[in-house]
Design a protein around this ligand. Structure first.
Ligand code: SOE
Length: 410
């Protein structure tokens, strides 16, 4: 394996990361959308939560010198690098945060772990199962040296989601029967929307499936506390060619396109059903072609004793139906998840003064810092990321085999 190769070269595993007293030096690769979101997390976590060590924004890395220096100034990073290997080599960096497209996750994460750094890696963990397996091997070797490797499934850190997990784990829904999950966006509805990296298999691995489906697969399994045992899927690429990018991409749908078209090599939408280990049935829908739906991640879980429902566009709320109450007065009621008793909320605003999307990254940073400082089990781990990758691969395999679908006679 790669990690053995490196140990063979150096003769010994890398030493544990050096850490300046009271701080955790972060080095981040990537500075676009996710880089900006993670920067918020690292900047804010130590100011809101009482942390054993404070994250320090040591250095940010990107290929374009002028652009990465501008990003460093905007987002509050002390230094800028143009080579991720130089970032990893810095003495003031103990954690590498990977916010690049999936095609570079494995190489950077494995090099960082072998160099003795902790790693936080954006989802999906990798572009292929083989890459994710190599990352897990590197993470396991690093774990025995006290390092931490975490995958950025940030929506686990929405207080309402963490709280829903607690309610389900306490048995408030009883035996689970259904998990219904959808993640709908609409930034690809326009066929003139250009061919950004998220539309190329060699960069992104897959389309809506890996980008959005990875989140709902992770959340469904996290909430249910059990794993999918199999899937049956359909997937579609509705717009097969799009204009090439005219300049650097800006935002999700990019800047203007040229007159020249290029091939879209990933799915626009993926739908699949599955079975959880307990026998509960699950359904999933991931698309970037649902006109009017901006960031609509919705989950509903039905059990023998009740149901929970969540909508990311109303992320301070959880809907709860307690089926043990008298039928005449039972029904879904809204829990405003903004009380100090709710997860993460003790450090934020008074009840009712809600949180937003960016706070998931603050909570993620808080949890990463605590995991490192307190020596607890990393979660979600690279192994969790690999398991989601295996589900995504099974979905692609099923979608490719149209033969498994029973034809409807005309
Ligand atoms: C784009 O679809 C995107 O930014 C995803 O890449 C993120 O993972 C998701 O959280 C929001 O939408």
């Amino acid at each position: 394996s790669q990690e053995q190769g490196t140990e063979a070269q150096t003769g010994a595993p890398a030493p544990p990361p050096r850490q300046a007293r009271g701080t955790l030096g972060v080095g981040m690769v990537g500075y676009a959308f996710m880089g900006a979101a993670h920067s918020q997390g690292w900047r804010t976590a130590g100011h809101v939560f009482d942390l054993p060590v404070r994250p320090s924004l040591a250095a940010i890395c990107g290929r374009d010198r002028a652009a990465v220096e501008a990003a460093a100034a905007r987002h509050g990073w002390a230094a800028a690098e143009t080579d991720w290997r130089a970032l990893i080599a810095r003495d003031d960096v103990q954690l590498i945060d990977i916010c690049t497209p999936g095609d570079s996750h494995a190489e950077i994460a494995i090099a960082a772990l072998e160099a003795g750094k902790h790693v936080l890696c954006e989802k999906p963990l990798a572009n292929t199962v083989a890459e994710a397996e190599a990352m897990v091997r590197a993470a396991e070797a690093a774990r025995s040296r006290g390092q931490v490797a975490i995958v950025g499934f940030n929506y686990r850190k929405v207080p309402a989601i963490t709280y829903a997990r607690q309610l389900i784990a306490e048995g408030r829904l009883g035996t689970l029967r259904h998990v219904r999950a959808s993640y709908l966006q609409d930034w690809l509805v326009d066929p003139a929307s250009p061919l950004t990296w998220r539309l190329k298999r060699e960069h992104a691995g897959s389309g809506a499936l890996g980008d959005l489906g990875a989140h709902i697969v992770d959340l469904a399994q996290y909430l249910a506390g059990e794993l999918l045992t199999g899937v049956s899927a359909v997937a579609e690429t509705f717009v097969r060619e799009r204009p090439l990018l005219a300049g650097p991409a800006a935002g999700l749908s990019g800047s203007a396109g040229t007159a020249e078209l290029g091939e879209v090599t990933v799915d626009d939408a993926a739908l699949f059903t599955g079975r959880l280990a307990s026998g509960a049935l699950a359904s999933f829908e991931a698309t970037r072609m649902a006109a009017g739906r901006k960031n609509a991640l919705r989950l509903e879980i039905n059990g023998e004793l009740g149901s929970l429902a969540f909508d990311l566009e109303r992320l301070n709320e959880l809907s709860f139906h307690d089926h043990t109450e008298p039928a005449a007065t039972a029904g879904f009621r809204r829990i405003l998840v903004t009380e100090p008793e709710h997860p993460y909320l003790e450090a934020w605003w008074p009840p009712g003064h809600g949180l937003g999307y960016e706070h998931t990254f603050v909570h993620q940073a808080r949890d990463v810092v605590r995991t490192i400082a307190e020596g607890t089990e990393p979660r979600p781990s690279f192994a969790d990321g690999l398991q989601v990758q295996r589900v995504l691969a099974a979905v692609e395999e099923s979608a490719a085999k149209n033969s498994v679908h029973t034809p409807v006679p005309s």
